[in-house]
Design a protein around this ligand. Structure first.
Ligand code: 3PY
Ligand code: MG
Length: 250
C-alpha cells in the first residue's frame, strides 16, 4: 500500500499546499511548515524533470508526502516522474474509466502494466541499491485522478471502480470552466456539482480530495468527508504576505 493513501484512512483530513514556484528552496521551506503533503505541479508550473528532482531532494528529509501532478496522461512522463522518486501521482483531466485504466497501467511494471524498467539508473530504486523496489513498486505507487470535466463527473463511479485508482480529486477551477463559469468556482451551479461529486466519490468507498477555495470552503469539504485538501499555493502565500507587508506603509 502507498503510504500517503494509507494515511487517508484514519485521523484528521490531510492538509496540503500546492507547489507552483518550481523552486527547491521554497519547497524546503514549505516542507518545514508542517503540511501533510505538498503537490509539485508539472501541469501549470514551469517545472521540468530536472526542477522536480531538485524539489524532491529538497524535501527528502521531511516527513511530508511529496505528490507530483503530471502534465498529461502520457506513459513516458508518468514513467519519468516515478523514476525520479515520486511515490504518488495526481493525474489531471481524467474523463473515463478507459483513461484511468491506461494511467494505472503506465504506473505498473509488466505483467500488470507497461511501465518501462530502470533500476540502477533510477533514483526511485536508489540507483539499484533498493533491491526490493522493482518487486514492490506496483503495490506502493499511489494513483490519484482528477475529476474536472462534465465527462469526468458523469463517469465518477466507473473511474473509481478501476483497480489501481486510489483516490479521486476534484478540480474546482477546471470544473467551473467546464460548467460555463470560467473563473467563478464559487458559482452556485459549480458548488452544487462539487457537492454532488464529493458525495458520489465517497459513496464509491474511495477517498476524495479537493483544492479548497479558502478556509470556509476547505472546512465545508472536510465536514462532507473529503480526506485531503489543498489549502493554498506557495505563490499565494508569497503574494498575500508581500501585499500585506506593503500595505502597512501607505
Ligand atoms: C483545478 O481546480 O482545476 C485543479 O486542477 C486544481 O485543483
Ligand atoms: Mg485543473
Amino acid at each position: 500500500m502507498n503510504a500517503f493513501i494509507e494515511s487517508l484512512s484514519s485521523g484528521p483530513a490531510k492538509i496540503g499546499l500546492w507547489q507552483a514556484l518550481a523552486n527547491n528552496y521554497t519547497a524546503e521551506i514549505c516542507a518545514e511548515a508542517g503540511f501533510d503533503w505538498l503537490l509539485f505541479d508539472g501541469e501549470h508550473s514551469p517545472n521540468t524533470a530536472q526542477t522536480l528532482l531538485g524539489q524532491l531532494q529538497a524535501v527528502a528529509a521531511s516527513p511530508v508526502h511529496a505528490i507530483a501532478r503530471v502534465p498529461a496522461h502520457d506513459d513516458w512522463i508518468i514513467k519519468q516522474y516515478l523514476d525520479l522518486g515520486f511515490r504518488t501521482l495526481l493525474v489531471p483531466m481524467v474523463d473515463s474509466a478507459e483513461q484511468a485504466k491506461a494511467i494505472v497501467a503506465a504506473t505498473r511494471y509488466p505483467p500488470h502494466g507497461v511501465r518501462g524498467v530502470a533500476s540502477s539508473t533510477s533514483r526511485a530504486a536508489r540507483f539499484g541499491q533498493a533491491t526490493s523496489y522493482l518487486a514492490t513498486a506496483n503495490s506502493t505507487t499511489g494513483v490519484i485522478v482528477q475529476i474536472e470535466s462534465r465527462s469526468g463527473l458523469n463517469a465518477i463511479e466507473e473511474i473509481a471502480a478501476v483497480e489501481g485508482v486510489d483516490a479521486l480529486f476534484i478540480g474546482p477551477g477546471d470544473l467551473s470552466a467546464a460548467l460555463g463559469h470560467l473563473g467563478a468556482p464559487m458559482a452556485d451551479e459549480v458548488q452544487s456539482a462539487v457537492d454532488d461529486a464529493v458525495h458520489r466519490v465517497l459513496a464509491t468507498g474511495k477517498p476524495c480530495g479537493i483544492f479548497g477555495l479558502g478556509k470556509a470552503d476547505a472546512d465545508k469539504r472536510i465536514s462532507q468527508g473529503v480526506r485531503f485538501v489543498s489549502i493554498g499555493t506557495d505563490i499565494g502565500v508569497l503574494m498575500n504576505g508581500a501585499k500585506a507587508l506593503r500595505a502597512q506603509f501607505k
